[in-house]
Ligand binder design. Structure first.
Ligand code: HEC
Ligand code: HEC
Ligand code: HEC
Ligand code: HEC
Length: 426
């Protein structure tokens, strides 16, 4: 073959590749999407963000918290994306999905009303509307910056004030102040405003990435202290953030959330231990919550920013592209969905066993043939089985944050159920 022909062929091949790449860009998702994600250069990163240093605007709130609309002029795209959380309004009832829960939670508010989470915008509305009883203001802890500010200004006495009295003082659902205090103008500096976190963790708070702690202020296991109904975490460091260590702590202070009428057991209710689950998982040392839930986007005027609309990485093309760096060409959506399906199947199995164990215990209590000492022994096994089951069930990622921990919790619950049934002689 002559040299000329080779060059012609090579030229045609290059042209073909270029045409294919451009056509591909238009066909899957549009050119804009690829430009914003810079094709082969990969997704935008923090180094593409121009961090600003500006003074906080004058607050328009009654309590000095600079609210989201006050920041709109400085950060139009961030504020707009925060508002987009309102689009995330779909709720399913866990009690209808998993009817065994009604039995397990008997005697507690979650047996009456327990729906899936939705956008942060709805926090205040949902806490005011829930049919679970909430006599005290401490239920507002994770819903609004105005409550965090009130506690910071007035002290822990606020937690035991009447819910309805304090609700009237709340202006905004979760907002800029929650994660940034009044400092977003300082290059988006993150500040933990929920004082109990700092109180519980002390200096260990510095061991945790600020982008994890910002979310971890609320996506966390907590309890209300018996003394003054203060919201509090059951540990002092990351090592203490396991279901085993937390249970030991609750046992050591004889803590329980409710006494179950039919079994007489002193029960625990886990909350939403995303922080704990994540920190003992495989991504803990590599990523923060924002990396997987806040896509870095580019506005039409070229501004690059973290979208503050908190999304599932499986439903966001930009975030899915970031997985590639470490996971290569794995189809992440089916990889994660398969893992979650395994967790859910095991959860349903153990949940139904737990419900049957509870019935057997209630029957033994009703029959009155066993000694109280023996019954107490079984009640304690039941309390612990329910704790391990719940720790997995209520964590919102359904195994995606830490599947090893999810299965460990369910296996532990399963073993305790067998132990309890053996004690009952069934
Ligand atoms: C002030 C407390 C608080 C902070 C801080 C917080 N969340 Fe939430 N989050 C909540 C509450 C409460 C809900 C449930 C809202 C509802 O259902 O009304 C929720 C729900 C969610 C949901 C589910 C939304 C849906 O539609 O299913 C995601 C995802 C989420 N949060 C992620 C995050 C991430 C990521 C961060 C950190 C950047 C964060 N959250 C920080 C309190 C908080
Ligand atoms: C639930 C917590 C949370 C809330 C509420 C929140 N932010 Fe952020 N913000 C973050 C996190 C997390 C980051 C990213 C930190 C990182 O780079 O890991 C961030 C980043 C930023 C940055 C730095 C620039 C960038 O794009 O990364 C600015 C500025 C900012 N936020 C402003 C705001 C404003 C204004 C509001 C209110 C509308 C707000 N934030 C509400 C958690 C929050
Ligand atoms: C490696 C990526 C990754 C990191 C980092 C990560 N998550 Fe997730 N998260 C996921 C995935 C995947 C899901 C499952 C999403 C789904 O089911 O659609 C999820 C689900 C969730 C949910 C439930 C969402 C819903 O719609 O119900 C919440 C809440 C959440 N994460 C909070 C957090 C918090 C808080 C952190 C930091 C402590 C964090 N995540 C860190 C990947 C991540
Ligand atoms: C910085 C590297 C890195 C990035 C980016 C990353 N991962 Fe991972 N991921 C890992 C490592 C390492 C493991 C552990 C692999 C193993 O043990 O085989 C892992 C494991 C997982 C697991 C299994 C966790 C478990 O406990 O079973 C899921 C689910 C997952 N990743 C989802 C995601 C998703 C979704 C994204 C993108 C939104 C993502 N990852 C981005 C490094 C990363």
């Amino acid at each position: 073959m002559e040299k000329k022909t080779i060059w012609k062929l090579a030229g045609a091949a290059v042209a073909l590749v270029i045409v294919t790449v451009i056509a591909g860009a238009f066909s899957d998702g549009g050119l804009m999407y690829h430009l914003k994600n810079r094709g082969a250069l990969g997704p935008l990163t923090r180094s593409d963000i121009r961090y600003q240093s500006v003074a906080a605007p004058e607050p328009t709130s009654h309590d000095g918290t600079v609210n989201a609309s006050d920041w709109a002029e400085t950060y139009p795209y961030i504020v707009a994306s925060w508002g987009d959380n309102a689009k995330n309004s779909y709720v399913t009832s866990y009690l209808e999905e998993d009817p065994y829960l009604v039995n397990i939670y008997e005697g507690y508010g979650f047996a009456i009303d327990y729906g899936s989470a939705r956008g942060h915008e709805y926090c205040l509305e949902d806490v005011a509307a829930t049919r679970r009883p909430h006599p005290k203001a401490n239920c507002l802890t994770c819903k609004t910056p105005n409550f965090a500010k009130l506690v910071n200004d007035m002290g822990v006495g606020v937690y035991s004030m009447a819910f309805d009295e304090v609700l009237g003082m709340m202006e905004e659902s979760v907002s800029c102040y929650t994660c940034h205090a009044n400092n977003p103008g300082d290059g988006g500096k993150l500040t933990v405003t929920h004082s109990y976190v700092v109180k519980a963790l002390g200096d260990s708070v510095n061991d945790i990435n600020p982008g994890v702690m910002a979310c971890g202020q609320c996506h966390i296991e907590y309890h209300f202290t018996p003394a003054d109904s203060e919201t509090m975490m059951p540990y002092h460091d990351v090592a203490g953030m396991t279901p085993e260590a937390i249970l030991d702590y609750y046992n050591s202070i004889d803590f329980y959330d409710w006494v179950q009428p039919s079994t007489g057991a002193k029960m625990l209710k886990a909350q939403h231990p995303e922080l704990e689950t994540f920190l003992h998982g495989k991504h803990a040392a590599l990523l923060n919550c924002a990396d997987c839930h806040m896509p870095i986007e580019m506005a039409d005027d070229g501004t690059v920013y973290h979208s503050h609309m908190l999304v599932s990485p499986l439903e966001n093309e930009i975030l899915l592209e970031t997985c590639v760096t470490c996971h290569g060409d794995t189809d992440m959506v089916s990889f994660v969905r398969r893992l979650q399906a395994r967790v859910t199947a095991r959860e349903t199995e153990v949940g139904n066993e737990l419900s049957a164990f509870k019935d057997a215990l209630a029957a033994a209590v009703e029959a009155g043939k066993m000694s109280e000492t023996k019954l107490d022994e079984v009640r304690n096994v039941y309390r612990e089985a329910q704790w391990f089951f719940d720790f997995c069930y209520v964590e919102n990622a359904e195994g995606a944050h830490n599947s090893e921990l999810a299965f460990r919790c369910l296996d532990t619950a399963d073993a305790k159920i067998a132990e309890g049934l053996a004690l009952l002689g069934t």
